[in-house]
Design a protein around this ligand. Structure first.
Ligand code: CMC
Length: 431
């Protein structure tokens, strides 16, 4: 922790309490309230954690006002333009850009772990074929602790390292298997001569009956999607992983918890919901109707892929994805994709509407990603599993950071209790 250079004073009923403050390397100062209950006998109240820093971290920084996202200090647009996913994984996990030898060693370690235990193939068969791939993913990743119990001792640094590599290596295999299972095709084994993104495409789209050649343009677009979803500081699913692991639970169980949280439409599930919304809108002339619904307080409809807890400016990931959507569709020879037209027009209309301007609602990462994923050939049900496999490295990096943190404690929030106070039990015949 940095030295406390400033103090905040809190006055309660005429008594004053001094609270230490810390200045981060970037972002607003924080007030340390850890001793507040012991000293003043009060809790703080912050449902949704809108003003609460739950940990200190050196991994990712977001400036929501500027629309800036940095991983270990490097801007996301530079990483998306110049790096590739496994290099970004190394950066997130270990904190620096690797040398050529370090990168080769890391890539080899990940590649050597891409297969899953053969018994897992039978485990999949317990699911209904029409299960959503996210349902299968939560179950199978949770079950990894039964298959890989030689890397579940969180107190052992070697177990932690092996678990991290296994999760990064096997998530694409498991996500591809969930997809193949849902469409009734045979599982496709990984190919270790392919790069990470090409191997994922191979496992999703090849069949034993024919040769399949990965289009390098599509592989690059896939890799960029992985990079753009790799980490996003203390979002809901990452906080879920941290909270689950604060009890000492094993990494596979914790990542399964993160996947479950990601699935919701307010979080990672928004990519599927956004494409379904664009399809429902269908043509640009129906946009005003949907904008009106999004603004109507009596209608639960929200513009999916719009708005963010932290970004009060354009999400920098959405900027890269918008450009990528144009490039991918052009390279695939699709020049008049109706969904892209609807998305672009919808963005323009919303950005010029006082409701969205005043509330600072801008497109987020989920607004354009679905258009690219659909052009690549994925059904909407695979969008959130792709987000989950990309985010696994972020969850694992944050999990490792937390376990190494000497200040780590079990996460245990308090509450503002508004229920009944102590009262006597009433026998059923007297109620
Ligand atoms: N459409 C219409 N109105 C919206 C939207 C939207 N997409 N997002 C927020 N608002 C309104 C909301 O009704 C509220 O209005 P008021 O102040 O009058 O009550 C105001 O803007 C603030 O919204 P909030 O729900 O209090 O903000 P939040 O920080 O709690 O929620 C959010 C953030 C992302 C859950 C929300 O913007 C949302 O539901 N967006 C749509 C779903 C989505 O795209 N999620 C993906 C987020 S980015 C990727 C990820 O996290 O996985």
């Amino acid at each position: 922790m940095p030295e406390s250079t400033k103090k905040a004073t809190l006055n309660i009923d005429g008594k004053s309490f001094e609270l230490p403050m810390y200045s981060p390397t970037a972002g607003p100062d924080v007030i340390d309230i850890r001793k507040l209950y012991a000293d003043a006998g009060v809790f703080t109240y912050d449902p949704g954690f809108t003003s609460t820093a739950s940990c200190d971290s050196t991994i990712t920084f977001i400036d929501g006002g500027k629309g800036e996202l940095l991983h270990r200090g490097y801007p996301i647009d530079q990483l998306a333009g110049k790096s590739h996913y496994l290099e970004v994984c190394f950066l997130l996990l270990y904190g620096y850009l690797p040398s050529a030898a370090e990168l080769e060693d890391f890539e080899t370690r990940v590649t050597r772990h891409t297969m899953v235990h053969e018994q897992m193939h039978y485990f999949f068969r317990g699911f209904r074929r029409d299960s959503h791939p996210m349902a299968t993913l939560v179950g199978v990743v949770g079950a990894m602790s039964a298959f890989y119990h030689d890397s579940t001792d969180v107190g052992d640094p070697w177990h932690r390292e092996v678990a991290a590599i296994r999760l990064i290596a096997k998530l694409p295999t498991i996500a591809a298997m969930a997809y193949k299972y849902s469409i009734g095709q045979p599982f496709v084994y990984p190919r270790n001569d392919l790069d990470y993104a090409s191997n994922f495409l191979h496992m999703c789209f090849s069949v034993p009956a024919e040769d399949y050649h990965v289009n390098p343009i599509i592989a690059r677009a896939m890799d960029r999607i992985f990079i753009l979803h790799a980490d996003h500081e203390q979002n809901a699913s990452t906080s879920t992983v941290r909270l689950a692991s604060s009890s000492g639970a094993n990494p596979f169980a914790c990542i399964a918890a993160g996947i479950a949280c990601l699935w919701g439409p307010a979080h990672g599930g928004a990519n599927q919901a956004c494409l379904e919304m664009l399809r429902e809108i269908g043509t640009v002339d129906r946009i005003p109707e949907f904008i009106a619904r999004a603004k109507d307080k009596n209608d639960p409809f929200r513009l999916m892929g719009f708005g963010h807890r932290v970004y009060k400016n354009t999400d920098p990931r959405a900027k890269v994805l918008k450009q990528s959507a144009d490039e991918v569709l052009e390279l695939l020879g699709v020049d008049d994709n109706p969904l892209l037209q609807v998305a672009k027009e919808l963005e323009q209309v919303a950005l010029n509407d006082p409701y969205f301007v005043e509330k600072k609602l801008f497109p987020n990462v989920d607004f354009y990603s679905g258009i690219i994923l659909e052009a690549i050939g994925f059904p909407t049900s695979m969008f959130t599993p792709i987000f989950a496999l990309s985010r696994t490295v972020g969850w694992i990096s944050q999990w490792k950071e937390m376990i190494d943190d000497p200040q780590m404690k079990i996460g245990r929030p308090r509450q503002l209790y508004l229920g009944e106070t102590n009262r006597d039990y009433v026998d059923i015949e007297n109620r």
